[in-house]
Write a protein that binds this ligand. Sequence first.
Ligand code: NAD
Length: 417
Amino acid sequence: MSKTNQNPFENVLVQLDIAGEYLKLEPGVRDMLRQPKRIVTVSLPVKMDDGRTNVFTGYRVQYNDARGPFKGGIRYHPGVTLDEVKALSAWMTWKCSVADIPFGGAKGGVICDPKKMSQGELERLTRRYAAAISNVIGPDQDIPAPDVYTNSQIMAWILDTYSLIKGYAVPGVVTGKPISLGGSLGRDTATGRGAAFCTREAAKAVKVPLKGATFAVQGFGNAGANYALIMEEMGAKLIAASDSQGGILNKKGLDAKKVLAHKEKGGTVVGYPGAESVTNDELLQSECDILSPAALENAITKDIARGVRAKIVVECANGPTTPEADRVLDKKGVFLVPDILANSGGVIVSYLEWVQNLDRLYWTEEEVNSRLEQKITSAFKGVHQEAKKHGVSMRTGALIVGVGRVAEAVRTLGLWP
Ligand code: NAD
């Protein structure tokens, strides 16, 4: 699904090698971290509304669980590939480690086009997928969550299917579920909120006042739109936004709430009154202080990176910058908050949701948000310190922290037999 033909899992391996050099990883551990522990591929026959049976393909990749149960979202998209799911599962592993939460990393994906499916078809596909992977998921084993084109309703169907198979209610099997089923307050906005906290810290680091700072967001979905709303609350000014159909720009500022209402009504930000139309690539190179890619992998290629004018890049999306583009941005002095730190708010609050489910005890939204703020700010500081210590980018600093903790856990567990 990525914009270039670049294989996202190859990007993972390039990043792992960079971290491995700094960490002086021994070859055995390095080899263990280069591949997932388990790959599950399932074929999913689904009765369509017109009576035909369509067979979809689904994946669940469990990358590493040395630090705790596998954890990671499920993506529904026509461009899903096994290598993409593998890459996303590796990034989940480093991300949980950077955030210092006791989870490993996993990811799921189903090759389908949810925009062309009815609710009934989506429900039947989801239940079939949940049943097919039911023996490898569970609150102590692997806990899915939403990702691109999946949402809390899809989590509800997975929870119900899994509970029916078990014979009792298991709310802790998924996170990002509806509040009525044990979801956590604050989970829906958590990825965007966490990224906004990271932006605040980055702005302090490079001495750009957040109040009045201009920002652009590529991908106005769960992560991107919530990021925009919270950044606006913090005093920053949204100047451009986009989705799969195109983008909009107004240098004087857009109203994030109104842009979201426009998208909810018409399915796209395109056509928002009082803004000029821009392409996604133009948005990425627009004049702004802060840029947030919040859509898919490989959005910022080497060529796009050359034209990026922002001082700070905050990766709400997973893997939006290619390794070559990373080097270009780094050389230009752009302060980049990498995905495994910037978008970790989602999994941090997923962790808080899981803890609440296991404890049968629920917190207020203020309590959840303040725990998120504390966790992600401390992760940011740890990564920033590591980056400064080695004189490297925040990406490399985050990889050193993330991969380093997983390697330490793998080493300490030892090998059996
Ligand atoms: P979403 O489905 O809610 O939104 C995706 C948005 O991206 C939509 O607005 C869509 O139109 C847009 N989009 C799709 N293809 C595009 C393209 N080619 N160009 C521009 N825009 C495009 O998904 P989401 O949950 O917000 O996920 C977005 C990114 O954030 C993904 O990389 C995901 O892995 C990452 N992420 C999400 C969460 C979360 O909690 N939802 C957590 C961590 C990371």
